[in-house]
Design a protein. Sequence first.
Length: 456
Amino acid sequence: MLTGFGANAVDDAERVDLLRRLEEPKGAAAAAQARISVDFDASQRRAQEAAGTPARQLGKGIAAQVGLARRDSPVKGARHLGLAKALVLERPHTMAALSQGRISEWRAVLVTRETACLSRQDRARVDAELAGRPGGLEALGEAGTEAEARRIAYRLDPYAFTERARRATSERCVTLRPAPETMTYLTALLPVTQGVAAYAALTQADDTSRASGEERSRGQVMADTLVERLTGQTHAADVPLEVNLVISDQALLGDPEQTGGQEPVEVLGYGPVPAPLARHWITETGLVPDSKAWLRRLFTSPDRTRLVDMDTRRREFPATLRRFINVRDRRCRTPWCEAPIRHRDHPLRAADKGPSNTLNSPGLCEACNYTKEATGWHARGGHDGAVVTTTPTGHAYTSHPPPPIATRPAVTQPPRHHPPKPTCTTCSEPPEPPARPLPLAPRPHQPRRARLNGAA
């Protein structure tokens, strides 16, 4: 059905109708997943109770199974399960609109989120009022859905709504995530008074520097001031922190024109960056006084598909092995989780004579490490560092260590053989070559006050 429409098979009006008809099953599918998730949760809880699981442990590992089934992280699985319970058990009108494809799953999320602080009875009243307004939820966009649900919730229980805002201060945090062009987003979730005060301080710093003839832009001054005040450095670029780079010998020492010389470099905690930029960091580290670049060799298997073994008889993971696991796995090894590594695990437990070596030591986040201790979960390691996790329903999920950076051998580009130039049939002279566009001017190099310390 979806591949049978050629360029001229339908007109534009029919294409618009198809877009609408294809959108509706998406909501219906989300509603079906919600019902299945609720039934699965109830069934798993009964099974856990029958197996003698303590009351405080009932429900452990269920959200992780939902996440794995939907190819999502355990955290996302908990969100899916929480939304499913809220829709199926408490909001019948919103659930009906989702089942009929009249609203998207995200709009159902907005209704649930804005009414979560209310009692169960008030949540049902908000659900009924939203459905009874002219046009129902279908007539509202995302902003309208959020605002209308919030307005009704505040009218029904202003105290609960205000208390929710007060409790939100306990969720303040700082997060870091990658941004394009080898940048990062450093985000702070703060109470409004603190956030406004912090931003005002950065703005004032820009006003002060502007009076002294500062040439940097406003955003640059505020960003540099933030880094300087957090780290205590005089200049933002002088931060003396170690940045771990996983770089192949080809990318570090090879010819940039060769295949291996252009392989991406892995920055632990960030992701891949271009090899020329990493070489620039490493080679110019010496421009900053007291800065150093340390190189640590990591060996791959002969087929270059995995890092080689490091063995130890100690029960606890030594510092060198922990560092090796972080470099090898980079993120939590549970499929689709990708959270930062917090624990080094033993699939074959130490009590069962499991060794503390690289073949029995996947890196996991805290949540995934605790989840595998739930009733019915099993994990076993493979000869190549793979880990097979089996859930209580018997589904098995295999996780392999990610391949080392640059698994392809360096290959020098073969010389190009240009075909003979065509000749004009009337004068036997080669025709004039087409005019080539002028090359763009190179981007001027911006001097840096400091370099990053690289470890490879």
